[in-house]
Each structure stands twice: as C-alpha cells, then as structure tokens.
Design a protein around this ligand. Structure first.
Ligand code: 4AD
Ligand code: MG
Length: 429
C-alpha cells in the first residue's frame, strides 16, 4: 500500500510503500540507516544485510537526494513516542544522482544558497518556512471569508501608479504605450466595494525599489482588503482580528516548524487583542526621548521603526502620519489637515507589516490630491468616477505577506520568506 510519512501511524506493523528522497544515510556493519523525506515529513528506514541482502546492496549505492520507493514494515520507535521507522524489505530507484549534491552540511554563503534556491528549498528550515507561509495565506482566506469578504482579482498590468511613481515597472503594451506592473490592487478594490461590499485581493505586486535592504523585495505578495461604510477605527479592528487569527492558526499547526526555525514563540503568543496604539506625533516624541533624531513631519527610518516597535510587547498601530509621506488617496484628519487617517502595523524586532488608511471620498478633494502628488488627472478618470456615483466613507489595508512570514518565522532577511525571491541584484533561478 502506498502511504506518506505523515500517515505512518495508521499502518503500524503493516507493509507500506513510501516514495521520497534520500537525504542522508549511514551504515554500521550489516545495518543501514536511510533518512527519507517525502514532503510530508522525514523518517528513518532501517535495512538489514542479513534479512534483505538485495535491498541492502541497493541502499549502499544510493547517493544523497536519490529518489526512491521504499517498501517495508512500519514499526513504532522503541523509545520515542509518536515516532515511526521502516523495517525495509525492498528499495527501487527512480533516479540516482551521479553528481555530488551541491548543498552539503557545511555553511554556505547566502549568494551560493540563493543561486541554488531550487535545491535549497528542500532543506528542513526552508521547507518549514514555506509550510508556515501556506498556513498564513490560508488563515487569511479563512478569516476574510468568515467575515463577509469576497475575493476580487485585481489586474497586474495597470495604466497608472497606486503607490507613487518612483517604484513603477513599465512594459511596452502593444500600440497603447506604457503599462505598469501593479504596486497594489487597492484602487480596483475601491471600485468593487460598490458592487460586492467587503472585498480583498491576494496576488503578486511589484516595486522597483532601488535600495538593498533586508525588508524589500521587488516582487512580493500582498493581500489588500477594502470595506465600504468603514472608518479608520473599524479598519484597524479588522486588521487586529485578522492578525490574531493568523497567529492562532500558525501556533496551533506549526510548533514543530517553529522549533526547527528556533523561533522564540513567546513573542508570537503575545499577539492578542487589543494591540497598542500610538500617534505618529507621540511616537516621534518617544523616539526623541530615547535619543533618536526622528522628525515630526517625516517617516521613520528603518532603525527608528524597529526601536519604536521594541518599546511595546505586541503589534502596534502607528496612526496619523504626516500627509507628506503618504499616498495621495488617504483622507486628511478633520482635526489636523497636515496628517492623514492612516495607520501602519509595526511588530517588535521588525517594523511595518501592514499599511492601511481611510480613503478620500470627496471628488474635488481627491482631484486636488492627485494634482498635488504630481499625478495626471486623466490617468485616474475611472477612479474619480467612483467619487461621482455613490461615494461612501471607506477604508482598507494591505498586508505584505513576506514581511509577515519573515517576522513570524524570525528570519533575518525577507529573501527566505518567498519561494524564489526577486531582489534588486537577482532574478534567477
Ligand atoms: O504600505 P504599502 O505600500 O500600502 C499599499 O500598497 C496600500 N495600497 C495597501 C492598502 O491600503 N490596500 O504596502 C503594504 C504592505 C506594507 O505594509 C509591507 O508589509 C509590504 O506591503 N511591502 C513590502 N514587502 C516586501 N517588499 C517590499 N518592497 C514592500 N513594500 C511594501
Ligand atoms: Mg507602507
């Protein structure tokens, strides 16, 4: 019977066949210990020269990462509860490498590993990260579906910028001039709220970020959500609910993976409502008091953001940024025209993972903002229509999936949070 390593407990003392890859083997006299990986787990397969000489002969020829089918009896590990081993009867080979596997036990530099990303993702840490990434994504879908959101797939080719013109990628679009790769599906979601109510998208977005940092990818995945009849306060409540749900799911399913990653889970267990709130103004004052050179009318630098996040024990909403550092669509604070109704969620030890705001819903004001930001009114004529035909107060936010994965997994660099990272100096493999 074919089975998988994750299901071995169902077949104790029965004969099963596992399909997988050999990632290690050692021999001690007439006994061979083969470590098999099948995508659902790893297990030890024990082959005995005396009882199964043919299988033993094959076992001795297997190179690291050979793909094989191993048939044998499932045995409970004599000492470790919940661990199973295979008492091997037969081995057949799909393919046996003739070259040495490039990724060994020795420490490799990041460039070597990134050049071999197609192989590196087989390693236990990288697989743990990718499994957690899947759960984070899935937990978001779950939360959104349970809270009345409909998914809307926004286009990748777009006629204009959503998040400023400095990070736009352009492509030649037949006879229609330039098209740009999307920076966020937000503007399209704003159109969809009048059709579907609460909506979200989840897809790749692109930013031609000219700087090399540990937090920036060129291509990353964003979940944008948009809600009609929703102010910035309600917007933050939904973000908090989503984040808490994601954290609960990851902690429930991935203790073993987090242990592989040596992640301190106490920090993750503190992700509970209510999150902290601080205004940008108060945050700047706190940073100045702590000896930083933060400015009341400017964004935080990366170090300042981390220092600020570290003053709190759980995620923090930083509210009301100066209008000058934020996007054209954000609604001004009615009590202070120099600031916008927005918040970034920043997390301890890392910084921003979510950005959200209430949107400007008045036609004339929005035209003014578009022009103030040096954008062309014609490019946004469809978007401006939304303020002509039943405009409503509305808000939304965008979660950077890789930032969240990086923080939850406790990674130093965002490049390990996505299967095949696109960085300023890397577009392969
Ligand atoms: O703060 P941002 O730029 O917000 C928007 O794009 C809005 N349109 C979202 C919305 O309101 N619907 O990006 C959202 C999130 C950031 O908080 C960050 O987590 C992530 O996207 N992000 C990046 N992640 C990786 N690499 C980059 N270059 C990123 N730029 C932003
Ligand atoms: Mg942002």
């Amino acid at each position: 019977m074919n089975t998988t390593i994750s299901l071995l407990s169902n077949s104790v003392d029965q004969s099963v066949t596992l399909n997988g890859w050999m990632f290690n083997s050692r021999f001690s006299g007439k006994i061979g210990f083969l470590e098999l990986r099948d995508g659902t787990g790893t297990t030890q397969c024990i082959v005995n020269e005396k009882t199964t000489p043919a299988a033993f002969e094959i076992a001795k020829t297997l190179a690291c990462e050979a793909s094989v089918a191993i048939t044998g009896f499932v045995r409970k590990h004599p000492k470790r509860d919940g661990v199973y081993e295979i008492d091997v009867q037969e081995i057949s080979i799909y393919q046996n490498p003739t070259e040495e596997y490039p990724i060994g036990k020795k420490d490799h530099g990041p460039d070597f590993l990134l050049d071999h990303r197609h192989l590196w993702i087989r390693s236990s840490k990288q697989a743990a990260i990718l499994r957690i990434r899947h759960t984070i994504m899935y937990a978001m879908f779950e939360y959104l579906a349970d809270n009345g959101f409909t998914r809307l797939d926004a286009p990748i080719f777009t006629p204009s910028a959503c998040e400023g013109t400095t990070t736009l990628f352009s492509v030649d679009y037949f006879d229609l001039g330039k098209a740009y790769l999307t920076q966020s599906g937000q503007l399209y979601l704003e159109a969809a709220i009048s059709s579907l109510g609460r909506v979200y998208d989840f897809g790749p977005v692109f930013r031609a970020e000219k700087s090399k940092t540990r937090r920036h990818l060129i291509e990353f995945w964003m979940m944008d959500a948009e809600m009609p009849f929703c102010d910035q306060k309600q917007n933050m409540q939904i973000q908090e609910g989503l984040f808490v749900h994601v954290m609960e799911k990851v902690l429930a399913k991935h203790r073993a993976d987090l242990a592989i990653l040596e992640r301190d889970v106490t920090e993750l267990e503190r992700v509970k409502a209510p999150f902290h709130h601080i205004t940008h103004k108060d945050a700047v004052q706190k940073l100045i008091d702590a000896g930083f050179e933060a400015k009341f009318d400017d964004d935080f630098g990366a170090d300042e953001e981390v220092a600020l996040a570290n003053m709190f024990d759980r995620p923090l909403f930083v509210e009301n940024y100066p209008a000058g550092v934020k996007a054209f669509y954000m609604k001004r604070d009615p009590n202070d025209d120099t600031r916008v109704l927005c918040a970034d969620v920043i997390v301890p030890g890392y910084g921003e993972v979510i950005g959200g705001s209430q949107r400007e819903d008045d036609y004339d004001t929005l035209v003014k903002r578009i022009l103030e930001h040096g954008l062309l009114k014609e490019d946004f004529s469809w978007y401006l229509d939304l303020r002509k035909f039943g405009s409503v107060p509305h808000s939304g936010f965008g979660v950077g999936l890789e930032r969240l994965v990086t923080w939850i997994c406790g990674l130093k660099h965002v490049r390990e949070s996505i299967p095949f990272p696109r960085l300023i100096n890397r577009k392969a493999p």
